[in-house]
Design a binder for this molecule. Structure first.
Ligand code: PEP
Ligand code: CO
Length: 402
């Protein structure tokens, strides 16, 4: 635990976000362990410190100013089974290698952020799926249930929140050790930092704390939470929760976003318009982005918002093959990211970096680069959720963009 921070932080009672509409939440409040788990999560030490959170904001402000670029990358869904020291080292090494390439292409320092140390909850488009003729609740990430195809395994189990906390703690300690071993050259440490989709409110809410030194609230579960495409309603619980905390926040911007919805999000999440507080992650799909992004970019530019712009060129480009497998085609992924970069430039804005789903090993989940046909996907396809770029494919994307 972070003994140095526990003394000065206190848990706050659930706030009004609890009463607001929240999509994509587990159905587990009647589980015998639910109340005990919530109490326990309210008492655990925060996994990040306010000082760390402020460093990430400073790094993001450097990205907003064009003095640095951001790489946010890692698994779609982290696995409870990939938390050994070897797994952790491999995840960090993969992030480092991709960041090194991005830094040398962009000629700027890279703010390194893993989808790591808490990326355990998944939003799903369908609440159920049919496996071998049996309808089962969808897998929602190891925070909520198991991927195993049985009714028992798919039951939502709140005790998973405590396991997620402990695995995240182990990963967080390793990230902290890496930062200590590679000290910052200036006032800003460029990472590796943690991030995840702040999706499951029963997990995130109890981890909102008050910093004793400043009286400000911060989210103790991660440095840099993001709000997903399906939970970004401006009047919803997720936006309300993250509007209250000190952490930098990112929002996915999908094909149904409008100039009005994006400006409203910025008003809620960054009313003071502070560089380093807010990032937009564009994830529209290669076919939609050229039409949907320009009016949004124009409105944000006209309003003078200092938000960082990132491209997630994966989530709008997921394709289901006749085999039932999900994949993504690297040429479409590259095309979306290039379009985002060029649209932003035309509006006087700047692509600040990439948000990617990447694997640390040469998996065969997306088509492109070394994987030339769909037939090759079976060789090493093992994502828990969405198909990830392998290291060669991710390098190819970075090279195409910077
Ligand atoms: C994700 O980042 O894994 C995800 C589910 O993204 P989105 O909310 O953009 O669909
Ligand atoms: Co995903």
């Amino acid at each position: 635990m972070l003994a140095s921070t526990t003394a000065s932080t206190t848990t706050i009672a659930p706030d009004d976000w609890d009463a607001l509409p929240a999509a994509q939440q587990p159905d587990w409040r009647s589980h015998a362990s639910f109340d005990r788990v919530r109490r326990k999560l309210s008492a655990v030490a925060p996994l990040v410190t306010p000082a760390e959170v402020l460093e990430v904001r400073a790094g993001l402000a450097a990205v907003a100013a064009g003095d640095a670029v951001l790489l946010q990358a890692g698994d779609c869904a982290e696995s409870f089974y990939e938390t050994t020291p070897e797994h952790i080292a491999a995840k960090i090494a993969a992030l480092d290698a991709l960041a090194a390439r991005l830094g040398s292409r962009a000629g700027r320092p890279v703010l390194k952020v893993g989808r790591v140390a808490g990326q355990y909850g998944k939003p799903r488009s369908h609440s159920h799926e049919v496996v071998d003729g049996v309808e089962l609740p969808a897998f929602r990430g190891h925070l909520v249930n198991s991927e195993a195809p049985s009714a028992e395994a798919r039951r939502h189990d709140p005790r998973r929140m405590l396991w997620a906390y402990h695995f995240s703690d182990a990963l967080m300690r390793e990230l902290r050790a890496r930062r200590a071993a590679d000290p910052a050259t200036g006032p800003v440490h460029f990472g590796p930092w943690s991030s995840h989709d702040a999706l499951v409110l029963d997990y995130e809410g109890p981890q909102v704390r008050v910093d004793g030194a400043t009286g400000r609230r911060f989210l103790g579960s991660t440095h840099f939470p993001w709000i997903g495409e399906r939970t970004g309603g401006v009047d919803g619980a997720h936006v309300r929760l993250l509007s209250l905390v000190l952490n930098p926040v990112a929002c996915k911007i999908g094909p149904r976003s409008t100039p009005e919805s994006v400006l409203a999000l910025a008003d809620r999440l960054d009313p003071a318009r502070e560089p380093g507080r807010l990032a937009f992650i564009v994830r529209m799909g290669w076919a939609e982005v050229a039409g949907a992004l320009p009016p949004i970019a124009r409105a944000v530019a006209a309003a003078g918002l200092p938000a960082v712009w990132l491209s997630d060129p994966l989530h709008g480009n997921t394709v289901r093959l006749p085999s039932g497998r999900k994949t993504r085609f690297l040429d479409q992924v590259v095309r979306e990211a290039e379009t985002v970069r060029d649209v932003l430039a035309r509006e006087g804005l700047r692509l600040g970096g990439l948000h990617l789903e990447t694997a640390a090993s040469p998996v065969t989940e997306c088509v492109g680069g070394p994987i030339t046909t769909e037939d090759e996907l079976a060789a090493d396809y093992r994502t828990l959720c969405d198909p990830r770029l392998n290291p060669d494919q991710a390098l190819e994307l970075v090279d195409a963009l910077f």
